[in-house]
Design a binder for this molecule. Structure first.
Ligand SMILES: [Zn+2]
Length: 259
């Protein structure tokens, strides 16, 4: 893919990064967080390593071959903790600045059906729970209807793994188990002692999932402060999720018709 579409994707990803990296949103500081977008031609854009999310420019986006990065996750010769070998392989796969250490995580997320844009952040409100012994409560059920509509019926919690290949491999295991159990990938992935990954068809969905994940975490913290969380019953959640899917499907159809 070349020309105006790539230029548009770059502009869109910079805009999303600035929104997620806005200090007022309290989702990422310093070099925290990263974003990516599929270009639809087997390649994707991801944030360069160390760039500040809220201030990145188009020069801080790196373009990589999707299959090549996925192959790194599968490569048995790459040791989980050999960061130098991984960095060398990543550096050899593209031109320009070094890609984010979470590039493999993004490649896995962008490989899921319907996912074209990914935002990974470290929201203080969510991490307060992810760094506690109540992290599992984040995925034990849904607390309110809009949480289901925006984040889906089932979020995934991945146990702590070191950034880079160990995390990518843990996420791959988690996603496979999630799809086996629920028949569909999650829209929100919680990473224990680390942060969240919001998956979307576009930047607006990534922003919405992130914002709702933060709100749900705040509500859960409040519920835990006054007692125990009382989740919606599974049948209600299922109905809300089905309706959300229907609304989403209609919205996508009308978007297509508007073109
Ligand atoms: Zn992170």
């Amino acid at each position: 893919m070349t020309g105006p579409n790539v230029a548009e994707a770059r502009r869109g990803l910079v805009r999303l990064s600035h929104q997620l990296g806005d200090p007022a949103a309290d989702l990422a500081i310093l070099g925290e967080g990263n974003t990516s977008a599929a270009l639809g031609d087997g390649s994707f854009l991801v944030k360069a390593s160390g760039a500040t999310l809220g201030r990145i420019t188009e020069d801080d986006l790196v373009r990589l071959d999707h299959a090549e990065v996925l192959a790194l996750v599968d490569d048995p010769t790459l040791d989980d903790h050999d960061v130098a070998a991984l960095s060398a392989r990543l550096a050899a796969s593209h031109e320009g600045k070094p890609a984010s250490i979470e590039t493999m995580l993004h490649a896995l997320a962008l490989d899921l059906p319907g996912v074209r844009v990914v935002g990974h952040t470290h929201p203080t409100a969510v991490n307060a729970l992810l760094c506690s012994d109540r992290a599992a409560d984040l995925v034990a059920g849904s607390l309110f209807p809009d949480q289901v509509v925006v984040c889906g019926a089932h979020a995934l919690l991945v146990p702590y793994a070191e950034p880079g290949l160990p995390l990518a491999r843990a996420v791959r295991r988690g996603l496979a188990a999630h799809v086996d159990e629920h028949g569909a990938p999650p829209r929100l992935v919680h990473l224990a002692n680390h942060g969240i990954v919001a998956l979307g068809e576009n930047a607006a969905q990534v922003l919405a999932v992130t914002a709702m994940a933060v709100k749900a975490a705040r509500i859960l913290s409040g519920a835990l402060a006054v007692g125990a969380p009382r989740y919606l019953d599974p049948e209600t959640v299922r109905r809300l999720d089905t309706r959300a899917d229907e609304r989403h499907r209609r919205a996508m159809l009308s978007l297509r018709e508007d073109r």
